[in-house]
Design a protein around this ligand. Sequence first.
Ligand code: PFF
Length: 452
Amino acid sequence: MTDIRKSIHGEWSSRFAFVLAATGSAVGLGNIWKFPYITGENGGGAFVIVYLGCVLAIGIPIMIAETMLGRRGRQSPINTMKTLTQEAGAESYWHYLGWLGVIAGFLILSYYSVIAGWAIAYVLKAVSGSFSSGDAAQISGLFDEFVKSPVQLVVWHSVFMIATMMVVARGVRGGLEKAVRFLMPSLLILLLLLVAYAMSTDAYQQGLDFMFNPDFSRITGDSVLTAMGHAFFTLSLGMGAIMVYGSYLPKNISIAKTSFLVAGADTAVALLAGIAIFPLVFANGLEPSAGPGLIFQTLPIAFGQMTGGLIFGTLFFILLVFAALSSSISLIEPAVAWLVENRDWSRKKACVLAGVFTWVFGLGTVFSFNIWSDFKLFDRNLFELLDYLTANLMLPLGGFFMAVFAGWIMHKQHAQEELQLDNISFKCWHFLVCYIAPAAVFLVFIHVIGVL
Ligand code: PFF
């Protein structure tokens, strides 16, 4: 039955291509920019343990479920959910799950692009030698000055959105696949180099202690929510990005194995980023809880001091931009695929429309760092609100319903047809998506709402 379903958008050329693309989507600003600063804000080790637990117990089972739903439906998430709902004979409202994802992707990309724009600006700062003069305080001060300028932020946000639209317009093989093939390996090499540098500083042990010595008194309900939300964010789960990539996955490729590979690579990159960054934070007397500017304030200090720092610094920020790009294309792909399927538009037209729409919305984030920085709701500026709403609420909610759909609504035999797991592994996965993952998300939610 599923053999007659074919994606009109094309397919990945191999298993390796899918793993690269999904890893490209997962590894991004979330690992290198966000993970260190939220770990810093939430007290370090204990937060890291909760996050790792969430990746294992919730993230991986849901990643398997989301990829499986995509490959079974073989369309944009909205239409995949429609088809699968009919196949399961379920109520038609399940396809709103696809819509929730498209909206979340659009909101995330609107701020993601602004932060990726910072990375582009930092490529130029690195190459022009801005990090090699001045002391630590001056170099980290560059960041505060930079984000105060709406014009600069708008320019770089625009450049990044245009780059995203250009890659997505080229399609699955020509655009997405080509872009990630050389990006991921190079990023890993550069991160290892930074870790080696961090090891040479006096504060290496202090950095490691901060990241791996848990102090559970620092954990609050909100930090558990942040850790869980981040597990979804960093693995690109709960909004259809992995679902749409799954829909381009050829048959006979093991979904479970690829999911473990992707989640493993993603986690490794986040931990390496933390190990590279915290020793530098302590060695230079900076605050681990500095917030979203953390890596932009700490890493340039290291680049300013190390031999070859001009080249490494430039390369690092270039790779960060590329890591962001391989994630941003997956944030917009569900919407583009839907526009192509339902409006009969060309990919180009769909990309331009979705991109311009997102760009306009991104201006809100730009201004939240300068002219609107005093505008706060629930004690958060617009960027913080968007981040909280999407990463902490919409993605876990989307993931919750995907798990429920895969575990309770879809016929078990259909899921097994796609997953092709041995009996015990299938039972294990099914138990996790039926009970553990939904229950965990539910419990964290009601705890935060204050019912527990
Ligand atoms: N996983 C990406 C990162 O860690 O930067 C961000 C992301 C991409 C989130 C795609 C959600 C998504 F669907």
